[in-house]
Design a protein around this ligand. Structure first.
Ligand SMILES: Cc1ncc(COP(=O)(O)O)c(C=O)c1O
Length: 258
């Protein structure tokens, strides 16, 4: 099948050089198991599982059947002041998988929405406890937290934030944990836990009582897989506990077996 520039023009694609793509499109028209088929009929291995979200494989009959069955039972119901049983059942199952004291699930439509929601939950939590003065957020260089305003402000990837970075005030960035010495390390690097002390320095500089939350990807994804140094996350946990700062793990890429 032929796809010409003018048939592709109306879709404005994110994170894509649109003119180049449309001059020489790479389109997938079919997916089965670990394979895509492109519009020229070539089979390609989908080594990234879509955008990491098709880990169960493409074109699975049992998934298609379950979706079709649910669509015919109840396709949608609002979830303001009214509910539908499957979302409660899903929340129960997710809570059974998460660690003991994480038992409440707030559903969102994307990772970006999750991050901006987590920012708002952190603000609302402190406000409800009479600590609305906690307005600062700590993130990290090289972080990716999605495309919305909050996530863009937390972002530590220069290209993603250079023209939007100042939108949300009060965000500071710790140093990233990449180090040339750790390049060929299997698992967690031995060195680098002390980088977590950047959070302590921000607590000293800004007042720990003014910091609402610290956001990190436990294993950074979009910047290239950065496994945390041994003791690094534990150190962040300790500093957060000392100052009453919420520690938010963004596991959009690395959670649930992705
Ligand atoms: C760590 C992290 N946070 C947030 C997001 C944003 O997720 P989404 O693309 O679903 O908005 C991503 C996406 O890759 C991510 O890797």
């Amino acid at each position: 099948m032929q796809y010409q520039t003018n048939t592709l023009e109306h879709h404005w694609m994110p994170f894509t050089a649109n003119r180049d793509f449309k001059a020489e499109p790479r389109l997938v028209v079919h997916g089965k198991g670990i394979n895509y088929t492109d519009h020229n009929g070539n089979k390609v291995i989908d080594g990234a599982s879509g955008l990491f979200c098709c880990a169960a494989g493409h074109g699975r009959q049992e998934i298609a059947d379950a979706v079709a069955k649910q669509l015919m039972e109840i396709d949608y119901s609002p979830h303001f002041q009214i509910g539908s049983p499957p979302s409660f059942e899903l929340a129960r199952r997710v809570a059974a998988l998460t660690p003991d004291d994480i038992n409440h699930v707030f559903f969102t439509n994307s990772g970006s929405e999750s991050i901006d929601t987590a920012l708002k939950i952190a603000m609302a939590y402190h406000s409800a406890r009479g600590q609305g003065h906690r307005t600062k957020f700590v993130s990290r260089e090289r972080a990716y937290h999605g495309v919305n305003i909050g996530g863009t402000s937390l972002s530590g990837l220069m290209k993603n934030r250079e023209i939007f970075g100042s939108v949300m005030p009060g965000v500071v960035h710790m140093r990233h944990t990449w180090s040339p010495d750790a390049r060929f390390t299997r698992g967690q690097p031995e060195q680098g836990a002390d980088l977590a002390d950047d959070l302590e320095r921000f607590a000293q500089l800004l007042g720990g009582q003014n910091i609402a939350a610290c956001f990190v990807e436990p294993i950074a994804g979009s910047t290239g897989c950065l496994v945390p140094p041994k003791g690094y996350l534990e150190r962040l946990r300790d500093i957060c506990d000392t100052y009453g700062i919420l520690l938010v793990f963004d596991e959009v890429i690395c959670g649930f077996g992705r």
